[in-house]
Design a protein around this ligand. Structure first.
Ligand SMILES: Cc1cc2nc3c(=O)[nH]c(=O)nc-3n(C[C@H](O)[C@H](O)[C@H](O)COP(=O)(O)OP(=O)(O)OC[C@H]3O[C@@H](n4cnc5c(N)ncnc54)[C@H](O)[C@@H]3O)c2cc1C
Length: 298
């Protein structure tokens, strides 16, 4: 029987593990892919205090070593089912475990365009995060794909760094707030390409351009960066029948507490305004502290 079972070995789950094990709890992290979660696919991280200019893979391996050295047990298994109650049962693709507390840290996944070579170009021209990667495109030409608020905010953010920002919008108008649209229209170096869909990514090792269709007509652009702002999907399928989710499937929580006693949540999978390393690790610490307090009266 574990004191704490953490589902997800991203920054949130690993932080929770470190806090729990240092509080003397028997702690298990279950990770279906690789420790580090999303950050493992980032070539360079510059905004995480204490680790200037570090690759995502390197940061992830430090997370893993630190957690294991402190005594966190990490198993590479996918959690397929959880059962609630005083003792929680977790069924994986390999075996099953019992724990007094669960911390859900299953994160989120950025939506892709579904084009050839797209996953290879992530971190090599394709990005999802302007505050993470925008600085790498100083004075370059880039494009943002999307028509909502996050696309608008990203285009405005990039316009201050880049030479030119194309905003590729599928419909004939933006869905974002009118104040953001006004700001975009007033920004000289943003050009909105309405009724446009990216059809091809150009470049093998690094993105050099795109082909797109504007109102059915084939066109192309030479750009070095393509920021996808077409949505982020919460990885919460596992808990959809157990925990209260928002309309877009993120876990509702206050201070990392969920509607189920003894189940806590941390990181990108919960409703929040900013999904970053710092906010994920912050959540991990809070969820673990709540779990530690909960176990005092278990
Ligand atoms: C390319 C890229 C670059 C980024 N760059 C930066 C940056 O420079 N700075 C920054 O602050 N942020 C950056 N981010 C955002 C940052 O990586 C995320 O905010 C952070 O990783 C969220 O951490 P998390 O632990 O909540 O979730 P995740 O990182 O999504 O980790 C969740 C983990 O849970 C696992 N999991 C999910 N379901 C299951 C299951 N059923 N069973 C077992 N395991 C499961 C997943 O495999 C994953 O490893 C970047 C994101 C991407 C994609």
């Amino acid at each position: 029987m574990y004191d704490v079972i953490i589902i997800g070995g991203g920054p949130a789950g690993i932080t929770a593990g470190i806090y729990c094990v240092r509080a003397g709890l028997k702690t298990l992290v279950l990770e279906k892919n690789a420790i580090g979660g999303q950050i493992a696919s980032s070539p360079l991280v510059e905004n995480y205090p204490g680790a200037p200019e570090i690759s995502g893979v390197e940061l992830a391996s430090i997370f893993e070593k630190q957690a294991e050295d402190l005594g966190v047990q990490i198993e590479y298994e996918e959690v397929l089912k959880i059962t609630t109650g005083k003792v929680k049962k977790v069924t994986t693709d390999y075996t099953s475990y019992e724990g007094k507390v669960l911390i859900i840290a299953t994160g989120a996944k950025y939506r892709l365009l579904g084009l050839e070579n797209e996953t290879n170009l992530i971190g090599n021209g394709i990005s999802f995060c302007t505050s993470c990667d925008g600085a790498f495109f100083k004075n370059k030409d880039v494009a943002v794909v999307g028509g909502g608020n996050s696309a608008a905010v990203n285009a405005i953010y990039l316009s201050k760094i880049c030479n030119k920002v194309y905003l590729i919008v599928r419909k004939d108008k933006m869905r974002s707030d009118s104040t953001l649209i006004k700001k975009i229209e007033e920004t000289d170096n943003i050009e909105i390409l309405y009724k446009s869909v990216v059809t091809k990514l150009i470049g093998n090792e690094h993105l050099t351009g795109i082909n797109y269709q504007m109102d059915g007509e084939d066109k192309s652009l030479e750009i070095e960066g393509l920021f996808l702002s077409i949505g982020l999907d919460a990885q919460t399928e596992l808990v959809k029948d157990k925990l209260t989710l928002s309309e877009d499937n993120y876990i509702q929580s206050e201070d990392c507490l969920t509607n189920e006693e003894g189940i806590f949540v941390a990181g990108d999978c919960r409703v929040k305004t900013l999904r970053q390393l710092t906010t994920a690790t912050s959540d991990g610490a809070i969820a673990a502290t709540k779990a530690i307090n909960f176990l005092e009266d278990y």
